[in-house]
Design a binder for this molecule. Structure first.
Ligand code: OFO
Length: 169
């Protein structure tokens, strides 16, 4: 059985994962307007991944006999005006999510919920991957600068990204 405190923390994180899905959907729209189809594909995969992250926690709370409470999702705001700025925001957002997963692990430690700790381990590893992935694209965008040809080459690379449904936990 899940503790009330742990259940609340998971419900808040389900909301953050759904917000991530929403934010990346807004970013997908940003790149659709620029007609950068590789970036559109990259964010489409990101949207699906975030949905899977939320559903992983949703299923877990049920599995542990808890109650899922769906909270209001904030309106997403794309802060950047260029691909570089959008990726800066993406990295900042992923770092925020990592801090949230750490917080959840703190709660799990506090209430001595070892099952939750073991479950959350997958999310922590996923965050390491996400930050590295986004950081890599950001570094490339910095190198590209104003070079339109190089931007289109990166766009072509990002078109190859495929969504593989994650096996969580
Ligand atoms: Fe981007 O990993 Fe979930 O939020």
């Amino acid at each position: 059985m899940i503790s009330e405190k742990m259940e609340k923390a998971f419900n808040e994180q389900i909301n953050k994962e759904l917000y991530s899905e929403y934010l990346y959907l807004a970013m997908k729209s940003f790149f659709t307007e620029l007609n950068l189809q590789g970036f559109v594909n990259w964010f489409d995969v990101q949207v699906q991944e975030e949905h899977a992250h939320a559903m992983g926690m949703y299923d877990y709370v049920h599995e542990r006999g808890g109650k899922v409470e769906l909270l209001t999702i904030d309106k997403p705001v794309v802060e950047g005006k260029t691909p570089l700025e959008v990726f800066e925001q993406t990295l900042k957002h992923e770092e925020f999510v990592t801090s949230r997963i750490n917080l959840l692990m703190d709660v799990a430690e506090e209430v001595k919920d070892r099952a939750a700790l073991s479950f959350l381990d997958w999310y922590l590893k996923e965050q390491v991957e996400e930050e590295a992935n986004v950081g890599g694209i950001l570094a490339t965008l910095k190198l590209i600068g104003d070079d339109k040809k190089a931007l289109l080459m990166l766009d072509k690379d990002l078109a190859a990204r495929v969504f593989n449904p994650p096996v969580i936990g």
